[in-house]
Design a protein around this ligand. Structure first.
Ligand SMILES: [Zn+2]
Length: 247
């Protein structure tokens, strides 16, 4: 392939822009802010699950407490009724009297048992409520942290996008100065060789693969017409002669 030396040199500018664009794309994919937002989202999801579990547990306890309180009421009402009958003196037979007294005693025992349950439920409830309050605080501070991380991410993304726009504009201008067939050849090689399709020959060394050319290779290049598009024998990239090629 043939191309003006100036066009070949321009290819190095295009390569520099493409490398910069590749770097920007890499940075965009590997933003530490992304990982940070993800980490916070995971933690937030865990805490929200925990909060849902706590809300369910608290509403179960509410129901348990109401049930125990209504049981206490029922037992107390029955015990009151029995006590009134006892006090009214209407129960005559000693057998009925004894039966009533034993029922009252048993109802009182039952009432204290139920009151114990109510107390115990209330204690569990207090425990869960304080855990819920802690959780709410933790969630609030984590949400603030997440918002800040999201803002940092948006800023980082915005910066990269601005740089990318600048590079694209530069690329258009530079590409317009290079013949299409040379660009097509370069693009093919760039896609085959880790994003680098053209490299400078500097001080006898190919900057694509960093290898020094042999004396014979350099002698051959010295003989080549200047509009000949050369390739590096080692890495097969386009090798562009520069002012400091060491020829
Ligand atoms: Zn090379």
């Amino acid at each position: 392939m043939k191309a003006e030396p100036d066009h070949q040199l321009r290819l190095l500018d295009l390569q520099e822009i493409d490398s910069r664009l590749a770097q920007l794309a890499y940075r965009m994919r590997n933003l530490p802010e992304n990982a940070e937002v993800q980490r916070l989202d995971t933690r937030l999801a865990e805490l929200r699950d925990r909060r849902t579990a706590l809300t369910t547990a608290l509403s179960d306890l509410d129901r348990e407490q109401r049930k125990a309180e209504s049981d206490v009421d029922q037992v107390r009402t029955r015990a009151d009724r029995d006590s009134k009958r006892l006090d009214s003196g209407q129960v005559g037979s000693p057998k009925d009297l004894e039966h009533l007294q034993s029922e009252i005693a048993s109802l009182q025992r039952r009432q204290s048992e139920l009151e114990e349950i109510v107390l115990e439920v209330m204690e569990r409830r207090e425990g869960l409520e304080s855990e819920e309050a802690e959780l709410r605080k933790e969630l609030e501070s984590l949400e603030t942290e997440r918002d800040a991380a999201e803002e940092r991410r948006a800023t980082a993304v915005g910066d990269i996008e601005a740089d990318r726009a600048t590079e694209f504009t530069r690329r258009e201008r530079v590409a317009a100065e290079i013949p299409d067939d040379l660009i097509a050849f370069y693009t093919k090689l760039r896609d085959q060789h880790e994003g680098v399709g053209a490299a400078a020959l500097r001080y006898g060394r190919c900057e694509g693969c960093k290898l020094a050319l042999s004396t014979a290779e350099l002698a051959e290049i010295r003989q080549a017409p200047e509009d000949e598009v050369l390739r590096c024998d080692q890495c097969r990239r386009i090798l562009v002669r520069t002012g400091d090629s060491g020829l």
